[in-house]
Design a protein around this ligand. Structure first.
Ligand SMILES: CC(C)(COP(=O)(O)OP(=O)(O)OC[C@H]1O[C@@H](n2cnc3c(N)ncnc32)[C@H](O)[C@@H]1OP(=O)(O)O)[C@@H](O)C(=O)NCCC(=O)NCCS
Length: 177
């Protein structure tokens, strides 16, 4: 697979690679329990948690394990969230989060459309997919708006540590060609 784009530009957003200087902005949403409720990392307790995350991004990008962009507003360049994708052979899965003040403005859908358009244009990719907690109505709706179909429930699939240490059920969504 060719290296993913360093930046993706939409009408209102720029998705770009993170820098260490983004730590305070990442902490701003990473510290919010409403944002992290259905995410796999513990709610950030200090800006050091954001720094630790950002410090791991370059190696994961280079190895292909995970490509993470920050979602920024085109207008004022503010960081409002993140969008990640993980290529594995012929499949790519996606994940995302936005700071609470930026919910329900279509930003996740807009960012997702750019990532899906890029991924769907790769000849080796047949499956673009994601999982979301069965209670995460907002994320399920985003995935539907990205043209994905709910394929089923993966029972006891993933731990969302901010809810409980027990693995929880996830919906699995995909679009394929
Ligand atoms: C999930 C999340 C990224 C959605 O972002 P968003 O920018 O608010 O989503 P959009 O504005 O693009 O909305 C997409 C659709 O979801 C709907 N939606 C958004 N939030 C919703 C909510 N809380 N409840 C019900 N529907 C919701 C929107 O109405 C829209 O559907 P519509 O066009 O039919 O009205 C955001 O809620 C978030 O960051 N949550 C915390 C992190 C998270 O759960 N990430 C996903 C992990 S799988």
């Amino acid at each position: 697979m060719p290296p993913p784009p360093e930046a993706l530009i939409t009408d209102r957003l720029v998705l770009r690679r993170p820098a260490m200087s983004d730590a305070p902005a990442v902490y701003e949403y990473g510290r919010d329990p409403d944002v992290t409720r259905y995410l796999i990392f513990p709610t950030h307790r200090s800006v050091a948690d954001a720094e630790n995350f950002l410090a791991t991004c370059p190696a994961r990008w280079e190895s292909g394990e995970e490509h993470c962009w920050l979602i920024t507003l085109r207008d004022d360049r503010r960081v409002i969230g993140s969008f990640a994708c993980r290529p594995r052979g012929h499949a790519i899965d996606i994940g995302y989060a936005l700071g609470r003040p930026h919910w329900r403005r279509g930003y996740a859908t807009e960012a997702g459309q750019a990532v899906v358009a890029w991924a769907a244009g790769l000849p080796e990719v047949y499956r673009i997919w994601a999982v979301c907690d069965v209670e995460n109505t907002a994320s399920a709706r985003v995935l539907e708006k990205l043209g994905m179909t709910r394929e089923g429930i993966l029972r006891r699939w993933i731990v969302h540590p901010n809810i409980s240490p027990e693995p929880r059920d996830s919906y699995v969504y995909a679009r394929v060609r």
